[in-house]
Design a protein around this ligand. Structure first.
Ligand code: FUC
Length: 836
């Protein structure tokens, strides 16, 4: 098929002088970063291809948070694969095993006696009962078989992420056909419009199918109605009902029903309205009427034309998307189809693919997570199977949190909402688990959950014997406050975080060897110190201690802000001092476990003990240089290439190590083709820019998006660090709209790897401390002294590390920095520049 792309052809036709002018214009748009945000189109915010998708990971995703579609763009038989984000197998249920309570003391004794393998077997025998979470399932496919089966010419398809629209065009028998498709949040439908440049040209037969059971009928002569019920799984009967209504509105030609198909003949244009709903109300209630809901959405949408729905959709979408702009420069490599760019990316010189990938991550969050809905799961909202990998649910020992790493920093705070609501739900459902399994107050979540908010252990001990799920998901509740300063919000989430902490007041136990209070039994997520024994189950693991340090210190801080100083808070203060410190082991590494079991050859994908560096801020080059050096030794040993999400995490970690070149190396690893020439798959990126674990898992997209932002602006370490980890290759560029703690919005233009202009918008007022590798100047800027007085930048003191061998400590090579304070007024904007 001949490659054609309007804009690229246009650029090629206009000649080189005009090209420079155009390129300059684009640069101007992007470089206006420090001015008001532009709503002009950036013609390069597109994924595009010169052939239709064959595989699912080549199809292009759209979504409105609740509904998702994957569009193949096949010019002979179009497939639009559909999802609705509450369509999970099973129904409300629990998965606790109260036998745990009887076995708990014995398991702890075995662990403290060093009988780890025996302890793990006991846990497997007594703590797990199943079911192990329910799979997220596909609704099915809408198929359009075109009547004209002749050869296709001039094929082109794209996903425009600036306007959230998928389109394709092609030529058959001399007629040019176009399809446009959007998933609208305001109208709660997916809508497609098919046009042709010659009247009476559009003829196709439409039908629907799905891998599971379903009923399909035709309503009137212009509407397909598919309904079904979700699958049974691990003894839980499927009870989520769905109904999908697909209405065809043709201009010209005719439309008629034929059994379970609809035939459109000789139309001038066709609009397709897709409405889907389920009976899901909340994790305890599935009493809604799916057909009534689906019809309701459809009837409302039918009062509007495609153009009207499209207009409202673009306005709604761009309200989020336009808040952040990123320009890393553009080379000719950006003229190639997106799949070719991924193949060539590691060879260098395609920085625009990084800004596209960054914005694609933001696109995916806007498409997969909308207020009032479900949080993005392992695949966001896109899944074509009944039994997807890991059930496409919520794994909370890294993956579900990673999905929300970009939410605050990339200015999509409202989209954090569904995750926050899930934590509130879990704080209810996890109470019984805490009582029945551990005899504890508060609430607990293990390493996984699903639509039904199950909180019992899932899978088996080596993965599921981890009670820190609540401790980790709760960090997001604090983070949203740290960025927004919204006290009413903090008040609304405080009961959930406080009770997450209360659980550990009861669950922590004294380690007889050290006297520290430790989590036992536990695992360091999914890793096993094989050199020592074949068990993941242990006590006092580093990540657990780090998570609890954060949970207690942040709950105590929230209590102070809200004036809730009760006995529980006092208990937390006392408990804090009994948590184990981090330890630096015999090869100078940050120890993953209480015992020095780390293997320098271990390349496990989880780097749990580095939670203290990212997303947390317990490890810092300025405050804890020894731990910083040890953490680096650990990560260097772990290596770079891994699963997609692991590489996404490492981008953030190398950004926090202030090493932009290493972070960029990880981006290159992540932006390498997931499908290798021999067909085997690895961690990397699929042709549609979806992240590959393998298989597709969306966390890597979100992790890397957050990591790119962390390379440009950081705010976790007592100051706003401007360009903390800029790779040498990103010599010039600009970023606008990055949010920081304390309610600041930061934009930076840089040249020669140095910030040229920094703009700071203050949403809350207060001192803004700025850190830079180069001296800065600007009105009101004063050299910073002492600790940052802004309460959002107050950092609890990390306990000094216990160090095995001082000789093995790495050298702290962090660069010299300049620090300034700027007194800001709420609502005002400040401009700073490099000192001339
Ligand atoms: C965790 C990881 C796996 C995978 C799964 C969904 O268990 O260890 O790699 O990402 O979640």
């Amino acid at each position: 098929m001949k490659r054609i792309k309007k804009l690229h052809m246009f650029i090629n036709r206009i000649g080189s002088t005009a090209k420079i002018v155009l390129a300059f214009g684009v640069l101007l748009i992007a470089n206006s970063a420090c001015q008001a945000q532009s709503s002009k189109n950036d013609p390069y915010m597109k994924l595009w291809y010169d052939k239709p998708a064959e595989k699912w990971v080549e199809a292009l995703p759209v979504g409105n948070g609740r509904l998702g579609a994957m569009v193949f763009g096949n010019p002979q038989e179009e497939t639009i694969q559909l999802n609705e984000n509450t369509f999970y197998a099973g129904q409300p249920h629990r998965n606790d095993n109260p036998n745990a309570l009887k076995a708990l003391d014995q398991v702890r004794k075995l662990i403290f006696d060093g009988e780890y393998v025996e302890a793990q077997s006991e846990v497997d025998r007594n703590f797990f009962k199943g079911p192990h979470g329910m799979p997220y399932q596909t609704i099915g496919n809408l198929k359009l078989r075109y009547k004209d089966e002749s050869e296709v010419e001039d094929y082109y398809r794209e996903l425009d992420i600036e306007n959230a629209i998928v389109s394709n065009r092609f030529k058959k028998s001399g007629v040019n056909y176009t399809t446009k498709l959007i998933a609208s949040f305001p109208d709660q439908v997916i809508v497609a419009k098919l046009t042709a440049d010659k009247s009476k040209s559009i003829s196709f037969t439409a039908t629907m199918d799905r891998p599971g059971n379903f009923d399909l009928r035709v309503d009137g002569n212009d509407q397909l109605v598919m309904s079904g019920i979700s699958g049974d799984h691990e003894g839980i009967k499927g009870a989520v009902k769905f109904e999908a209504n697909v209405k065809f509105v043709n201009k010209g030609g005719s439309i008629q029903a034929e059994n379970d198909k609809i035939q459109i003949s000789d139309a001038d244009e066709v609009t397709i309205y897709i409405s889907i709903a389920t009976n899901f109300v909340n994790y305890n209630d599935i009493s809604a009427d799916a057909p009534v809901r689906a019809t309701g959405y459809l009837e409302k949408a039918l009062t509007k034309s495609f153009a009207e729905i499209h207009k409202d959709h673009v306005a709604d979408y761009r309200n989020y998307f336009d808040r952040v702009r990123l320009d890393l420069g553009r080379t000719d490599a950006a003229d190639l189809p997106t799949d070719t760019r991924i193949e060539r990316f590691s060879q260098g010189n395609d920085p625009q693919l990084v800004s596209l990938y960054f914005q694609f991550g933001r696109y995916l969050l806007i498409a997969a997570s909308r207020p009032g809905g479900q949080p993005a799961n392992l695949q966001g909202i896109w899944n074509h199977q009944l039994n997807p990998a890991w059930d496409s649910k919520y794994t909370v020992n890294i993956n579900a949190e990673m999905n929300y790493w970009p939410a605050e920093i990339t200015n999509l705070s409202e989209l954090h909402g569904p995750f926050i609501q899930m934590v509130k739900d879990l704080s209810e459902s996890g109470r019984q688990t805490a009582t029945d399994m551990y005899g504890a107050r508060g609430w607990v979540l293990h390493h996984n959950t699903d639509l039904w908010r199950v909180t019992g252990p899932i899978d088996f001990a080596a993965a599921g014997m981890w009670t820190l799920g609540g401790a980790w998901v709760s960090q997001h509740l604090f983070e949203k406050y740290d960025f927004s300063g919204d006290k009413a919000y903090l008040e609304s989430v405080y009961p959930a975080v406080k009770q997450a902490a209360v659980f550990f007041l009861d669950f922590l136990v004294e380690d007889p060897k050290t006297g520290y209070m430790v989590v036992s039994p536990s695992v360091s997520p999914e890793n096993i110190p094989y050199q020592y024994h074949n068990s993941a189950v242990a006590a006092g693991n580093t990540m657990d201690n780090q998570l609890l340090f954060d949970l207690f210190t942040k709950t105590i801080k929230a209590a102070k802000i809200l004036g809730d100083e009760d006995d529980l808070i006092k208990e937390m203060k006392a408990m804090l001092s009994k948590l184990p410190p981090m330890q630096i082991g015999k090869w100078g590494q940050l120890q993953e476990w209480q015992e020095d079991w780390d293997n320098p050859k271990d390349d496990h994908r989880h780097v749990s003990h580095l939670y203290g560096l990212y997303p947390s801020n317990q490890i810092s080059p300025y405050r804890t240089p020894a731990l910083f050096a040890a953490a680096k030794t650990s990560l260097l040993a772990r290596g770079d290439e891994s699963t997609g999400w692991s590489m996404g995490w490492k981008v953030n970690l190398w950004a926090r190590f202030l090493d932009g070149n290493h972070a960029y190396k990880l981006i290159k690893d992540q932006l390498s083709p997931a499908i290798q020439p021999d067909g085997k798959q690895k961690g990397g990126t699929y042709p549609n820019l979806f992240d590959s674990h393998p298989p597709f898992q969306i966390d890597g997209n979100f992790g890397c998006t957050a990591g790119i932002a962390e390379m440009l602006v950081q705010s976790h370490d007592a100051a706003i660090h401007i360009l903390p980890a800029l790779p040498d290759e990103w010599k010039r560029g600009s970023v606008a709209g990055i949010r920081t703690r304390g309610g600041f919005e930061v934009s930076v233009d840089w040249e020669d790897n140095k910030a040229k202009v920094v703009s700071i918008h203050s949403n809350l007022g207060g001192i803004c401390r700025i850190r830079s590798y180069h001296p800065l100047e600007g009105k009101g800027l004063a050299i910073a002294e002492g600790s940052n007085p802004n309460p959002f930048y107050e950092i609890p003191k990390t306990k000094p590390a216990e160090i095995k061998d001082h000789h093995k400590l790495g050298i702290d090579d962090s660069k010299h920095v300049y620090e300034y304070d700027l007194e800001t007024v709420k609502g005002k904007k400040y401009l700073i520049s490099i000192k001339k």
